[in-house]
Ligand binder design. Structure first.
Ligand code: XIL
Length: 560
């Protein structure tokens, strides 16, 4: 008999016992539908982890029980950071770190060491050192900390460097970078490898979940480090998300491009915050985000697993860090499972689930507002989904004869379209999408006309560089767009042709639309204005048939 998730026994001792029994009685590779998260994850060859704080671990039985029962991977929320382990030079304190490692050992869990080199939670004495002394202190710290657990089978991986980029994808101006230059990263990885040749060594960051300039900078760095034989084995995507900022829809594609570099990827710190107070609609949205994070990892074989940054809203860094926001985890403050728990559970257990073939209801007719020369806002009445997989979002299309190009995707019932052509009539409609990929019937279309471009126009040029390529894909970065005229322009359009069988899988710093093999790239809000000789750039990624070696070449530019 398969128990429904909702009928899972509430008593943890019973749950743990059932989990054990299931291990003995189920064929390898399957997990009972009612089983704890860790059992489903293990059946899929992945870990499901949580960050733990030592305070509640020693004071709260429920915290301890859930941590032990539901998760098979642990990250110390704070006690393996530099300020905990080496508050004064040469004075090491491993008591908190040992508490975490011992708990994991008792409960047959892996430990991911977090973190060796970071600009936060590092004592002032380190920050004030000169370059020679700082490099030495970094190497000593790494060899002491990694070395302590090198022979401990529970500790399998480390975040060697954490958050080395700023939000634009430049190197973060930290005391590490400012004192030692970029070389601190390679030095840190080499020191960690020397201290434990078997540990998996990771670079970890936030806002790198989707394909964007920061994740592309991370991609470039990891590729170049590996070309220099720096031992980077793994990339961590923190995934501190918020329902009001939208889901990074290119998450899975992004994981795939990193996997193509030969590294393991992992979701290291997911939490999905909301503006408090909670309500059932925010909880439902949050659940779809958790589901989609887990699914992205499940879909990529190089993804080792997902760690949630805590598990109960009773103990979370979010309310202290983001005022007005919270409720970011999968259990509430009283240790009750939230819809997000079920979403994680079901996404881990998927495969044996029921097929959802019911599409969402048809969205309302969009209303257009804020129409400019190149952008417009559309809003429509939301759809609902009853098939079980839940509403995932909306695709927005332009009515254009036989194949209607998709202008964008939104996870909410509104979208801001950019990169439109001036003085052009658009007929646009929306289809709702559910978690199983079913599309609703199209809404009625709205018709609007963009305003005249206005302002000066002039000649421009565009040239692209193949930055990297692999068997079945490549990245063009940068495509440099230059104003070649003698007066300013306030918009540009670059067109190019995709070789047969090639398709765009991601782009940044331009709005791309594809029609047949022709791709049109328009400026986005912040890079359309170019003075005489001024230039900007954008980039994109392409997939191509295995073994095909063609790349895009030949770009034409027009303004606006
Ligand atoms: C946070 C902890 O959760 C807080 O308790 C602490 O006060 C600050 O650090 N990125 C990271 C984590 O890599 O180490 C951070 O953890 C959250 C952001």
């Amino acid at each position: 008999m398969l128990l429904r998730p909702g009928t899972r026994p509430r008593t943890f001792a019973v749950a743990a016992l059932l989990g054990l029994l299931a291990v003995f009685f189920l064929p390898v590779g399957q997990a009972d539908a009612s089983a704890p998260l860790r059992q489903h994850a293990a059946a899929r060859g992945k870990f499901i982890g949580t960050a733990l704080a030592t305070g509640p671990l020693s004071n709260e039985t429920q915290y301890r029980n859930i941590a032990a029962t539901e998760f098979n991977q642990i990250t110390a929320e704070n006690v393996m950071k530099w300020d905990s382990i080496q508050p004064n030079q040469g004075q090491f304190n491993f008591s908190g770190a040992d508490t975490i490692v011992n708990f994991a050992t008792q409960n047959n869990q892996q430990v991911h060491g977090h973190t060796l080199v970071w600009h936060n939670q590092t004592p002032g004495w380190v920050q004030g050192l000169n370059a020679t002394a700082m490099r030495q202190a970094m190497q000593t710290h790494i060899s002491q900390v990694v070395g302590r657990y090198a022979d401990n089978p529970a500790v399998v991986s480390w975040d060697v460097v954490n958050e080395v980029f700023d939000d634009n994808g430049n190197m973060r101006s930290s005391f590490w970078y400012n004192t030692l230059g970029l070389s601190f990263i390679a030095d840190a990885f080499r020191a960690a490898r020397a201290a434990d040749p078997n540990a998996r060594l990771c670079i970890n960051d936030y806002n790198v979940e989707g394909i964007n300039s920061k994740s592309t900078a991370m991609y470039n760095l990891v590729q170049s480090l590996r070309q220099q034989n720096v031992p980077v084995d793994c990339v961590g995507f923190q995934s501190h998300l918020a329902i009001q900022y939208g889901f990074p829809t290119s998450f899975q594609q992004n994981l795939e491009r990193f996997a193509a570099l030969g590294v393991q990827v992992r979701i290291t710190e997911v939490d999905i915050r909301m503006q408090t107070p909670r309500n059932s609609s925010k909880d439902a949205t949050q659940a779809t985000y958790y589901r989609d994070v887990v699914r992205a990892c499940m879909a990529v074989s190089a993804c080792a697993g997902v760690t949630i940054w805590g598990f109960t809203d009773r103990h979370s860094w979010v309310p202290d860090t983001f005022p007005g926001e919270g409720a970011a985890l999968i259990y509430d403050e009283n240790y009750q499972q939230k819809p997000a728990y079920t979403a994680v559970h079901d996404a881990l257990a998927e495969g044996g689930g029921t097929d959802d073939t019911t599409p969402p209801t048809t969205p309302g007719t969009p209303a257009a507002s804020n129409v400019t020369a190149t952008s417009a806002t559309l809003t429509w009445t939301a759809s609902t989904d009853s098939g079980g997989s839940g509403l995932a979002g909306y695709n927005v299309y332009r009515e254009q004869g036989t194949t209607d190009p998709q202008l964008g995707q939104s996870s909410t019932n509104s979208i801001n379209l950019t990169g439109l052509s001036p003085s052009t009539q658009y007929q646009v409609y929306v289809r709702a999408r559910d978690g199983a990929g079913n599309l609703s019937t199209p809404s009625a279309a709205v018709t609007f006309t963009t305003s005249e471009g206005g302002g000066p126009t002039g000649p421009c040029t565009a040239a692209g560089t193949v930055q990297t390529q692999w068997n079945n894909g490549y990245v063009i970065q940068p495509v440099t767009v230059t104003n070649s005229g003698s007066s300013a322009i306030n918009g540009w359009t670059v067109t190019f042709t995709l070789p047969a069988g090639h398709s765009i899988t991601g782009s940044w710093n331009a709005a791309l639309t594809t029609s047949g093999q022709t791709v049109t790239a328009r400026n986005v809000s912040y890079n359309g204005n170019l003075g005489p000789n001024g230039s900007t750039s954008f980039g994109f990624q392409v997939s191509r048939p295995n073994g095909n070696t063609q790349t895009v070449s030949g770009y034409t530019c027009a303004s606006p």
